[in-house]
Design a protein around this ligand. Structure first.
Ligand SMILES: Cc1cc2nc3c(=O)[nH]c(=O)nc-3n(C[C@H](O)[C@H](O)[C@H](O)COP(=O)(O)OP(=O)(O)OC[C@H]3O[C@@H](n4cnc5c(N)ncnc54)[C@H](O)[C@@H]3O)c2cc1C
Length: 395
């Protein structure tokens, strides 16, 4: 019989996950302190931003020519940093200030004036957010089914419609809104617009009471005869004739999915560390649970490492301009499936220790439920992986 010594088991890589960014240490310790409160209140505590380097966070994904941080321009560096944040609290990872998902469509389709206007604001010590709004009550997975409409009226566009589940929607300085310009719908009529906070006709209806990922403050946004100047259409005159905003949105997903996978992997790694710690504390763990726990921890560490490699591969390709939508979807689909499976396994094996209100496993199970939905559900990722694979077989 194999003799198990749980006390010697240590897969924790907390110390190895330092991304080498000077602002990360403060950020990670501030999130660790604030996370339990946020999980109860759904709010980021007042004063949180005083304890972190806000300017660096604002500039993390701003392109370098507009003052973005040199150290975080590569997808690989962001993937490593985001795993560390996901290890603390995945809700905070998507609540960090900066342009976030709005960066790629602005870069892909915006003219120089618009790029300057959007990005220059982030050189600030005040936390600022940009929100990306595509999802609607009846258009989630099928983003081409949008009802939000942009009517041209003289030198303005008039937006009408509503958007839901918009990350940071209630706190953002501006929102990039995806809307239809054609009554025939479909992707070719899709355009993206910059709407500044405070524009008449633009309102935040409510923030959702979420099961998990509480820091993200998902909001429902409403546009009622919201008039914006025509220069707020994100469009450059030299774009190819049949350009549409859905391809710009796809660039956001390609950009974000490797990072989101890393956030998920960070959460899985944390569950692994917590489960290891729990069993190291149990007096009789070696005799009663030994082989089972050891096997489970080894099996899941292998899966976590596999997902991490997928995320790194997607990021590596992103940095080299190699097509990577399939890699990004594979990383996202695999890691979110793993998170749900592992969080349930942790609950099963931790027993009552997983159910208590202050248990990390309690929070992790709720956070993990959201992973398979945001940034395209697991089903959609798998459909796309199949489609790309089939396409690659056709000569
Ligand atoms: C934490 C979080 C943050 C988010 N942030 C943002 C944001 O910042 N901006 C934004 O625009 N949106 C955001 N969303 C919304 C998210 O992108 C949508 O929830 C997602 O696209 C799914 O849409 P839906 O909820 O309408 O589900 P639906 O599309 O209605 O899907 C319901 C179910 O049907 C399945 N399904 C649907 N179509 C198919 C199909 N063709 N084949 C197989 N199965 C299918 C889905 O997988 C799912 O299980 C966020 C969501 C969450 C949870």
């Amino acid at each position: 019989m194999i003799k198990v010594d749980l006390k010697k088991l240590n897969y924790s890589i907390d110390a190895q996950m330092d991304a080498g960014q000077p602002y990360m240490a403060d950020l990670v310790s501030a999130i660790r302190k604030a996370s339990p409160e946020t999980d109860v209140t759904g709010k980021i505590p007042e004063g949180f931003w005083n304890n972190v380097d806000v300017r660096s966070l604002n500039l993390m994904v701003v392109p370098e020519q507009f003052g973005g941080l040199a150290a975080t321009q590569s997808a690989i560096s962001r993937v490593i940093s985001f795993e560390r944040v996901g290890y603390e609290d995945p809700g905070y990872a998507i609540a960090l200030p900066g342009p976030g998902l709005t960066m790629p469509p602005v870069v892909a389709m915006g003219n120089d004036k618009l790029l300057e206007r959007v990005f220059s604001r982030f050189d600030s010590k005040k936390p600022l957010w940009g929100s990306f709004a595509i999802t609607e009550p009846h258009a989630g997975s099928d983003a081409t089914a949008l009802s939000t409409f942009a009517e041209k009226s003289g030198e303005e566009y008039v937006l009408n419609g509503s958007k839901c589940f918009i990350t940071n929607g209630a706190r953002s300085d501006y929102v990039i809104v995806f809307a239809q310009r054609s009554h025939r719908r479909g992707r070719l009529g899709m355009r993206a617009f910059l709407v500044e906070r405070g524009t008449p006709g633009y309102s935040v209806i409510r923030t959702e009471q979420m099961l998990g990922m509480k820091a993200s403050q998902l909001a429902v946004l409403q546009f009622d005869d919201c008039r914006i100047p025509e220069e707020n259409l994100i469009w450059r005159d030299d774009l190819p004739k049949f350009s549409d905003a859905l391809s710009a949105a796809q660039q956001s997903w390609d950009f974000m999915r490797p990072m989101l996978s890393s956030v998920i992997i960070g959460t899985c790694q944390r569950m692994h560390s917590e489960l290891t710690r729990l069993f190291q504390q149990r007096e009789n763990a070696g005799q009663v649970y030994g082989d089972n726990v050891m096997t489970l921890l080894r099996r899941y560490q292998t899966k976590i490492d596999g997902c991490r490699l997928l995320a790194l591969q997607a990021a590596w390709k992103y940095d080299r301009n190699i097509p990577m939508s399939k890699d990004a979807s594979m990383a996202k689909a695999m890691s979110s499936k793993l998170a749900i499976e592992f969080s349930e396994a942790c609950h099963h094996i931790a027993g009552l220790d997983g159910l208590a209100g202050n248990s990390y496993f309690n929070k992790a199970l709720r956070d993990c439920k959201a992973f398979d939905i945001l940034e395209g559900t697991g089903d959609i990722q798998r459909n796309m992986i199949c489609a790309w694979h089939t396409a690659s077989l056709i000569k």
